[in-house]
Write a protein that binds this ligand. Structure first.
Ligand code: ATP
Ligand code: ZN
Length: 292
């Protein structure tokens, strides 16, 4: 009988060889407890403690490799998944590589709104996504496809506007451009080939379990605080925790220590309310993994 924990064939994961997604992809695997040697200049490497083999590729090629089942799964930007239109399944958002695909125009130019783009020329590396967007907005503009340095197109007279990836906006700023419309919001996602074998599906499920535990831990913090016993109820109302908060008596009579988990998004609000409800000695501790 096949041992589920040590299948002979590893799952093949495609990640970006170098670039903005590389380090975060490797970091996520590390946080999932998956050990890989530093594969400098290697095309593929195998993990020493998990049935996984990594292929290092250009991000543009990842969806095609996964579609063709040369790789079983991949980490790649949603922007690439939408642009390439390959037959792959998007399984999970990964929480890194966050950016947006935006239309930007010269800062002090005459283009003020989307309507002004009618009959104008827009340079982009994302012709498919842009064409789809313009059609939905009923704008008729010429799309000029270029593969890199899109941000210089207006300055050299190649186009009136651009449609490009933005995160901080500093590249636009340096090039005297301003964002006009967000076309797509994107982050890195885990994609999968259709029709994985049951052995590989099993490995993917184990990987997903770990990825979700890592993501959840990042979104939550462990909180410990002290409170007088008569405030326990109101404080617990603010701290639902995973199941319910843990309450332990302190050596000092009439006081307790309360432990719970709070969501990063509500963090400062909850802390203010805890203080207002008599909590003291509040400690906030990062969580490494979270399995609920
Ligand atoms: P490759 O050599 O693999 O083709 P690339 O130059 O096409 O690399 P990068 O610039 O490394 O790609 O970007 C990879 C991905 O990182 C993008 O597709 C996008 O999903 C994400 N990303 C996040 N923020 C940004 C940003 N500000 N600009 C560009 N991409 C970003
Ligand atoms: Zn690329």
């Amino acid at each position: 009988m096949e041992n589920q924990l040590t299948p002979t064939e590893p799952i093949k994961l495609a990640i970006q060889k170098s670039g903005r997604l590389h380090d975060s992809s490797m970091q996520l695997l590390k946080e999932c407890g998956i050990e890989v040697s530093n594969g400098n200049n290697q095309l593929r490497i195998q993990s020493s403690n998990f049935p996984l083999e990594i292929f290092f590729l250009r991000d543009d090629d990842i969806t095609e490799y996964v579609q063709d089942a040369v790789a079983d799964i991949g980490f790649v930007g949603e922007n690439v998944v939408k642009e390439k239109c390959k037959e792959v399944e998007t399984i999970e958002k990964l929480g890194f590589g966050k950016c947006r695909l935006s239309i930007a125009v010269p800062k002090n130019g005459s283009l003020k709104s989307l309507l002004d783009l009618n009959n104008k020329k827009i340079a982009t590396s994302y012709p498919v996504i842009l064409a789809d967007y313009l059609e939905k907005q009923n704008i008729s503009a010429a799309i000029h496809e270029i593969s890199g340095s899109v941000e210089i197109a207006p300055r050299i007279g190649l186009a009136d506007a651009i449609c490009d990836l933005v995160s901080s906006g500093s590249t636009l700023f340096t090039n005297e451009l301003k964002e006009m419309e967000t076309v797509l919001v994107s982050e890195a996602v885990l994609i999968s080939s259709r029709g994985l074998s049951s052995g590989k599906q099993g490995i993917l499920d184990r990987l997903l379990f770990r990825i979700r535990a890592v993501k959840k831990a990042k979104n939550n913090k462990y909180v410990l605080l002290n409170a007088p016993n008569d405030k326990i109820d109101s404080i617990c109302g603010l701290l639902p925790g995973i199941k319910s908060p843990t309450i332990l008596p302190l050596a000092e009579k009439g006081w307790s220590s309360i432990h719970s988990v709070i969501n990063e998004a509500d963090f400062w609000n909850v802390i203010e309310q805890l203080k207002a409800n008599g909590a003291v000695g509040i400690l906030i501790i990062p969580i490494e993994k979270m399995i609920v």
